[in-house]
Write a protein that binds this ligand. Structure first.
Ligand SMILES: Nc1ncnc2c1ncn2[C@@H]1O[C@H](COP(=O)(O)OP(=O)(O)O)[C@@H](O)[C@H]1O
Ligand SMILES: [Mg+2]
Length: 235
């Protein structure tokens, strides 16, 4: 479905991604672990066409999309839910969700139906649809961010640190929803520092360090990996 093949990316002279390779097959939930600065967000920005790559291939459904522009990438179903939510705080929840439908704006009815589906997933957003997004709690704002991405109709959803700054109970609900989105057929790439909760719901995971993929494995092997336990699971 999505294959990152030896991708490097530079910010000026600084190599932020160094020959990174990974893949997500149809229906998988893939977790990307790594400390601050490892390159997780950079990889997502490269995939979604925000930052050009220096070398390598980004294959999506068999096509190299490295030179595609962001709107086309979104329209084809590769949707990025960015770190820090990036909502329009002074606009209503509904308007924010509607923005996710921008690439499908000719299909007004489809966008409305998609928003209704988001309301089924997050009933609280239906109640608060007329409130300004900035007035919601952190967890609810994250729901809006994920909801907006869903309105773009992802086949592959890139979720960048959705649990950041949320209370433990809210984090738990967030991971349940991510698992549900995946179970409904969306391939998910999830960047997280909340390693234990993320590994629990994943199929496979990759660990990044300073722009490199240093480890990969399935859920069980990583949950029981001694280095992972020491670095991320507080063992
Ligand atoms: N726009 C940018 N310009 C220069 N350096 C950047 C930029 N964005 C990120 N970096 C650097 O690239 C590295 C990877 O950052 P990032 O992808 O945000 O990591 P992560 O998401 O894993 O925390 C860091 O060293 C960061 O300082
Ligand atoms: Mg990041």
């Amino acid at each position: 479905m999505l294959k990152i093949d030896n991708v490097s990316l530079k910010y000026g002279a600084f190599t932020a991604l160094n020959r990174v390779s990974l893949r997500a097959d149809q229906g998988e939930l893939i977790v990307l672990l790594g400390a601050n600065g490892a390159g997780k967000s950079t990889l997502f920005l490269a995939i979604s066409g925000v930052h050009p790559i220096a070398e390598g291939k980004i294959l999506y459904q068999g096509e190299d999309i490295a030179k595609w522009k962001s709107p086309r990438i979104v329209k084809e179903g590769l949707v990025h839910c960015p770190e820090g939510r990036k909502l329009f705080p002074g606009m209503s929840v509904y308007k924010n969700l509607q923005l996710g439908g921008y690439v499908h704006k000719k299909d007004k009815k489809g966008v409305e139906e998609q928003i209704e589906e988001v309301f089924e997933l997050f009933p609280i957003l239906k109640e608060k649809q007329h409130q300004m997004a900035g007035s919601l709690s952190g967890g609810q704002q994250q729901m809006v961010a994920i909801g907006r991405a869903l309105v773009s109709r992802p086949k592959v959803l890139l979720l960048d640190e959705p649990s950041l700054g949320l209370a433990p109970l809210v984090v738990k609900q967030m991971f349940e929803v991510i698992q549900r989105i995946n179970a409904q057929g969306t391939t998910v790439l999830l960047a997280e520092q909340n390693a234990y909760s993320a590994l629990k719901i994943c199929h496979r995971a990759y660990v990044m360090e300073r722009g490199n993929v240093i480890l990969e494995g399935d859920k069980e092997s990583l949950l029981h990996n001694e280095d992972i336990k020491k670095a991320y699971l507080g063992a």
